[in-house]
Design a protein around this ligand. Structure first.
Ligand code: COA
Length: 704
C-alpha cells in the first residue's frame, strides 16, 4: 500500500476509505512503537475530511496476537496509553472496521472490540488468554467482551483463556461477518456492504450486557477459590460481575486496579517467565534456523504397550501414518484396542467426532515384523526399560531402518550413547523421552547423544511442536534432566519417612505449595515397581551411592508386592483411587531405620519436608547446568512444570530458587549436611551455586 509508513504502522487510503496496516512480525504484538504508529495514523484519519470510513488490518500470519508480553517487565509499563487509544478509536464518528485473520488474542481482540465492526477470515480464532500469564485482560476486554457476547460466554472465555473459532464468534456476536480473502480485501468488502446499508459507528462500550445468572457467577467464583495460586481467576470473575452490574466507566476503573495488582504479582511474573521459557527451549544454541530438516512422513514404533500406543496417538492426531510393531498378535491387538478405547473415550466426551476416531485409527497400522519399519522416516523404540532388551531392539532398528531415517529411543534413564552404538549408526540416533500417558503429557525430553547429528535434533524439535509437545533438549546422564532431579527428591522422601514422617505429611507439604501430587502419591500412581526397578537397574551398573539405606523403602515396598495403586497398596492403602495412611508402612519404615541405624525424629515438620525435597532438587538442577546437560535454567523449569506437576505459578524450580535466595538454599544444604552427616555427598552444594552466590548473581541471569 502506498501511504505514510509510521513503522510498524502504515496509514494509506483507497478512494474514500482510510487504511491502517500493522506490520510488526512475528505476531503483530502491541508495543510502544505500534501504539505510537496507531496514534499517528488516527491523527491522519481524523484530519482527512474526505474519508468516510477506516479499515484496520494486519500483515503476516495473524492479526494482533496480544500485547508484547516482554514489555510487561518494563518498570514504567502502563496499559493506559493503549486504553486511551482504544477509546479514541471507538469514539470515531466515522465507522471503523477491523479485518481479522490468524489468532486474534488479548490486546488484539481488545483492539478489534474497540472498532465498530469486525469481519474475519474463515479459520480465524479469537480469545483472551491473559489468565495463562497470570493476568486478566487489561485493555477493557473484561468490559467490552460481555457487551458483545453476553456475560456467560465472556466469563468462560476470560477464565479458561481458550480461543473460539470464527463460526462461534459469529454466532455469539463477537464478529459480524466471515469472508474469505486477504485481510485488506475482506475489510474493504465489508465496508462497502456497510456503506451500502448506511451503517453508523456502533460503540461496544455503549451496549448493554446480557447478564450471567448469579448461580453461574457464584460457581465461577467457587471454582476460582480452588486455585489460590491463580488469583487472576477470581479477579476475572469480579470484573465480569462488574461489567454486568456497574456502569462501563466504573468497570473500567475496577479492571485497571485488578490488572495493576496482578501485573506485579509473583505468580504472573512466573507464568510470563514460563511463556518465554517454553519458546526458548525449542531453540538449539549454535544451530542455524535454516538447518535442512529430514522429512517425517511415516513413523514406526516398536512396542504397543501403554507407552508405545500413547506415543502412536500423538502422530495419528497430527495426521502422520504410524506403524506399531509388537512381538505377538495378542499384544498387538491389546495395544490397538487400548488406543481405540482412548479415542472412543474422547469421542464420548465430545472432544472428537466418530469420523475423527476412524480417521485416526485408519492412520495406525499394526505389524509383527520389523520389515514393516523399512519405509519409516522415524522409528521409536518403546519397549520395556531394560538395557539388554533395548540394545537388541536398537541393533535391529539400525539394520532395518532406511538410510537417513531417524532412530529414537524412549528410554527414561538408560545411556543413550550406549543404545546409539547398538544401532551401528549413532549419528541418526536421538532420545525421545515421552511422559506417561504419552498422548496427554505435554513434555518431551529430547536427548542429544554424543554423535547425534544437528539435523536429527532439529527435526525432532520441529516434529515435537507439530504434535503439540513442549520439547526440551537434555544431554546424556542418568535420568536426563527430569528423572535425575526426581531421584534426589524421592531419595529424601524415603529418608524422611524412615525418620518418622508419614507419606501423607510428605505429600501434603509439597501439595500445599501447589504441586499436583507429592512424591509418594506420584510413585503409587506411576508404579512402585517401576520406581524400584529403576533403582535396582541403576545399582547394577554401579550408579548408586555406597549407602544400603538409599531408597530402601521403595525397594522394600516393591519386594512385598506393594506396587501402588494397581495393587491397592503402596506408600498408601487404596480404596478405589483414594489413598489412606497405612500403619504397616510406618512399621516397615521404622524397621528399616533401625536396620540402617538411622536417627528417628519426632517427624520432620512441613518446613523441613519442603526444604529437604526441594533444595537438593534445585542443587541437582544447578549441577545439570554446570555439566552442560541442560542449556539453560529455563529448560529445567519447563521440564518440571510440563512433566512433573511443579506449580506453574511458581515458575519452576530454577525460577523458584532465585525467589528463595541462592544463599538461603546453600545455608540450608549446609545445615542438613551438619545435622545428618554427609558421607555420601547428598548435601554437597553445586559449584555453580557457590559461584553465583560469590558473584552475587541470580540464576536467571546465568549464561547471559
Ligand atoms: N508477546 C511477545 N512475543 C510473542 C507474543 C506476545 N504476545 N506472542 C507470540 N510471541 C512470540 C513468541 O515468543 C515467538 O517468538 P520467537 O520466535 O522469538 O520464539 C513468536 O512470537 C512466535 O510465537 P509461537 O508461540 O512460537 O508461535 P505459534 O504460531 O505457535 O503461536 C500464538 C502463536 C500467537 C498463538 C502464541 O504465540 C500465543 O499464544 N501467544 C500469546 C498470546 C497472548 O497471550 N496474548 C495476550 C498477551 S496480553
Amino acid at each position: 500500500m502506498s501511504g505514510l509508513k509510521i513503522a510498524p504502522v502504515t496509514f494509506g487510503r483507497e478512494g474514500r476509505i482510510g487504511l491502517i496496516l500493522i506490520d510488526n512480525p512475528p505476531v503483530n504484538a502491541i508495543s510502544g512503537a505500534v501504539i505510537a504508529g496507531l496514534t499517528e495514523a488516527l491523527n491522519r484519519f481524523e484530519a482527512a475530511d474526505d474519508l468516510d470510513v477506516l479499515v484496520l488490518y494486519c500483515a503476516g500470519r495473524t492479526f494482533v496476537a496480544g500485547a508484547d508480553i516482554a514489555i510487561f517487565e518494563d518498570p514504567g509499563f502502563s496499559a493506559q496509553p493503549f486504553n486511551t487509544l482504544l477509546a479514541r478509536i471507538e469514539s470515531q464518528s466515522r465507522p471503523v472496521v477491523a479485518a481479522l485473520h490468524g489468532t486474534v488474542l488479548g490486546g488484539g481482540l481488545e483492539l478489534a472490540m474497540a472498532c465498530h465492526h469486525r469481519v474475519a477470515r474463515p479459520g480465524t480464532r479469537l480469545g483472551l488468554p491473559e489468565v495463562k500469564i497470570g493476568l486478566i485482560p487489561g485493555s477493557l476486554g473484561t468490559q467490552r467482551l460481555p457487551r458483545l457476547v453476553g456475560a456467560d460466554l465472556a466469563l468462560e472465555m476470560i477464565t479458561n483463556g481458550r480461543m473460539i473459532d470464527a463460526a462461534k464468534a459469529l454466532q455469539s456476536g463477537l464478529i459480524d461477518v466471515i469472508t474469505d480473502g486477504e485481510p485488506r480485501a475482506i475489510g474493504l468488502e465489508a465496508l462497502t456492504a456497510l456503506l451500502a446499508l448506511g451503517a453508523s459507528p456502533r460503540r461496544t462500550s455503549q451496549l448493554g450486557v446480557r447478564p450471567a445468572s448469579p448461580e453461574v457467577l457464584d460457581k465461577a467464583e467457587a471454582a476460582a477459590s480452588k486455585k489460590p495460586g491463580w488469583p487472576q481467576l477470581a479477579a476475572a470473575v469480579r470484573c465480569v460481575r462488574a461489567a454486568q452490574t456497574l456502569p462501563y466507566a466504573e468497570g473500567e476503573v475496577m479492571e485497571a486496579a485488578e490488572f495493576e495488582r496482578l501485573l506485579s504479582s509473583p505468580s504472573s511474573k512466573a507464568l510470563r517467565h514460563l511463556f518465554f521459557a517454553e519458546r526458548e527451549a525449542s531453540k538449539i544454541p549454535g544451530l542455524a534456523r535454516e538447518t535442512t530438516l529430514r522429512p517425517i512422513r511415516k513413523v514406526g514404533i516398536v512396542g504397543a504397550g501403554t507407552m508405545g500406543g500413547g506415543i502412536a496417538m500423538n502422530f495419528a492426531n497430527a495426521g502422520i501414518p504410524t506403524v506399531l510393531v509388537e512381538v505377538n498378535a495378542e499384544a498387538l491387538q491389546r495395544g490397538l484396542d487400548l488406543v481405540r478405547k482412548n479415542y472412543e473415550a474422547s469421542a464420548a466426551k465430545g472432544w472428537l467426532t466418530a469420523g475423527q476416531v476412524s480417521q485416526r485409527m485408519g492412520l495406525l497400522q499394526g505389524a509383527l515384523d520389523y520389515a514393516a519399519l523399512a519405509d519409516c522416516d522415524l522409528v521409536i523404540e518403546a519397549v520395556f526399560e531394560n538395557l539388554a532388551l533395548k540394545q537388541e531392539v536398537c541393533a535391529k532398528l539400525g539394520a532395518v531402518a532406511r538410510p537417513g531415517a531417524i532412530i529414537a529411543t524412549n528410554t527414561s534413564t538408560l545411556d543413550v550413547d550406549v543404545l546409539a552404538r547398538a544401532t551401528g549408526r549413532p549419528a541418526d540416533v536421538v532420545g525421545m523421552h515421552f511422559f506417561s500417558p504419552a498422548n496427554v503429557m505435554r513434555l518431551l525430553e529430547v536427548v542429544r547423544g554424543a554423535k547425534t547429528e544437528p539435523d536429527v535434533l532439529a527435526t525432532v524439535m520441529k516434529l515435537a511442536a507439530a504434535i503439540g509437545k513442549v520439547a526440551v533438549v537434555s544431554g546424556v546422564c542418568y535420568g536426563f534432566i527430569g528423572n535425575r532431579m526426581a531421584e534426589v527428591y524421592m531419595r529424601e522422601a524415603d529418608f524422611m519417612i524412615m525418620e518418622g514422617a508419614e507419606p501423607a505429611q510428605v505429600d501434603a507439604a509439597v501439595e500445599s505449595l501447589g504441586f499436583a501430587m507429592g512424591p509418594c502419591r506420584m510413585l503409587d500412581m506411576a508404579g512402585v515397581d517401576v520406581g524400584a526397578k529403576a533403582v535396582i537397574e541403576h545399582g547394577k551398573v554401579g550408579g548408586l551411592p555406597d549407602d544400603p539405606s538409599y531408597r530402601a523403602l521403595v525397594q522394600q515396598l516393591f519386594k512385598l508386592g506393594r506396587h501402588g495403586q494397581k495393587t491397592a497398596k503402596g506408600y498408601y492403602r487404596y480404596e478405589g483411587r483414594t489413598p489412606a495412611s497405612d500403619p504397616e508402612v510406618m512399621t516397615m519404615a521404622r524397621e528399616l531405620a533401625d536396620q540402617y541405624g538411622m536417627v528417628r525424629q519426632q517427624g520432620p515438620g512441613a518446613d523441613e519436608i519442603v526444604e529437604r525435597l526441594l533444595y537438593p532438587l534445585i542443587n541437582e538442577g544447578l549441577k545439570i547446568l554446570e555439566e552442560g546437560i541442560a542449556y539453560r535454567p529455563e529448560d529445567i523449569d519447563v521440564v518440571w512444570v510440563a512433566g512433573y506437576g511443579f506449580p506453574d505459578f511458581r515458575g519452576g524450580p530454577m525460577w523458584m530458587a532465585d525467589s528463595i535466595g541462592l544463599d538461603v538454599i546453600a545455608k540450608r544444604l549446609a545445615h542438613y549436611a551438619a545435622r545428618r552427616g554427609d558421607a555420601h555427598g547428598y548435601w554437597k552444594p553445586a559449584k555453580l551455586l557457590l559461584e553465583l552466590i560469590a558473584s552475587n548473581r541470580p540464576l536467571a541471569k546465568w549464561g547471559r
